[in-house]
Design a binder for this molecule. Structure first.
Ligand SMILES: C[S@@+](CC[C@H](N)C(=O)[O-])C[C@H]1O[C@@H](n2cnc3c(N)ncnc32)[C@H](O)[C@@H]1O
Length: 298
């Protein structure tokens, strides 16, 4: 079949299966198989697709029709301009998480000022999953030679850590990050003097139907990466309590949150971390998405 007809027929097939992102999905999957960007499909509609490529593409279309996310079908997802391997053991990085990297880099300059005598800033990414947060931050930091960062990443899932390590290697920062298996901060092996904590922990309310959550779309991803008890607040609450018990307090804590959660998290921080300043940021869709806790001295 020629490229033009295959493209049009496949978009239609996905649309009829109720896939709302049919055109972009076909561009990504066909582009991946042919190693071409989508402008090629339109400039060479008459090009013939080889039989092996056609068969592989059909297999992708069949998977996509079941609702499986394109990122799992391709085995990668772009995040912060970089490519990250993903599989069913890790959450697919979301575009709204990119703001955590921008904010971290911006706020670290204040910290550096606050602890000027310190040579390095230690950063821990908790619940690292694919590693997208800490890896993007490091790559950006290297590119602009900003700060001297000691990077750590942790996850409770061994399988997720395996993916994060592969991504660190493919993005050439594997010798700059130390990985730990840990339930939040509970492992004794984690370094004690952490200046910055970044955490995008599972925050979807477990077992409670929320009209704003599309459960079918999320059914392919690891449920322990998405949902938490206590209406989604369980892990964030535990982390806040663990931080409150540490002798060396991080200067900065960034938490990605569920849009309904600012108030309960504000109450938790007032109770356990009263010395921190609380700030709330919205994402590009104007939804509450990020909490910044900073020690008021910085
Ligand atoms: C929402 S995903 C975020 C993944 C990645 N940081 C991102 O932003 O795409 C949450 C991650 O937290 C991990 N996690 C779940 N419970 C945890 C716990 N108690 N301690 C550490 N990590 C946990 C999951 O395995 C998962 O990788």
């Amino acid at each position: 079949m020629n490229l033009g007809r295959l493209f049009t027929a496949s978009v239609k097939e996905l649309e009829l299966s109720g896939i709302l992102t049919a055109e972009i999905d076909v561009k990504l999957m066909l582009g991946d198989i042919l190693d071409k960007d989508s402008s090629f499909f339109f400039s060479h509609p008459e090009a013939l697709v080889s039989n092996p490529a056609y068969q592989r593409f059909r297999q992708m279309i069949r998977r996509r029709k079941t609702g499986e996310p394109v990122a799992y079908i391709l085995g990668w997802k772009e995040f912060y301009g970089m490519r990250f391997k993903v599989n069913k053991n890790v959450l697919i990085p979301r575009p709204e998480t990119e703001m955590m990297i921008d904010l971290a880099l911006d706020r670290i300059s204040n910290i550096e000022y606050g602890i000027r005598n310190k040579k390095q800033i230690s950063i821990l990414d908790i619940g690292t999953g694919s590693g997208c947060i800490i890896i993007s931050l490091l790559k950006n930091n290297i590119q602009y030679s900003k700060f001297n960062i000691l990077a750590f990443a942790s996850d409770i899932s061994e399988k997720a850590l395996k993916v994060a390590k592969i991504n660190a290697k493919s993005n050439e920062v594997d010798d700059l990050i130390k990985f730990y298996k840990s339930d939040l901060l509970s492992s004794d092996r984690l370094p004690k003097n952490i200046d910055v904590i970044l955490a995008n922990l599972p925050y979807g309310p477990r077992g409670v139907k929320n009209p704003r959550i599309n459960y079918h779309d999320l059914s392919f991803e690891p449920q322990n990466a998405l949902f938490a008890d206590k209406k989604g607040l369980d892990l964030i609450e535990k982390l806040i309590i663990q931080i409150s018990k540490r002798n060396y307090k991080p200067k900065l804590i960034l938490l990605e949150i569920f849009e309904d959660h600012p108030e309960p998290i504000k109450k938790l921080t007032e109770k356990y971390l009263p010395e921190y300043q609380f700030e709330l940021k919205q994402d590009y869709a104007n939804l509450n998405r990020l909490i910044i806790l900073s020690l008021s001295k910085i």
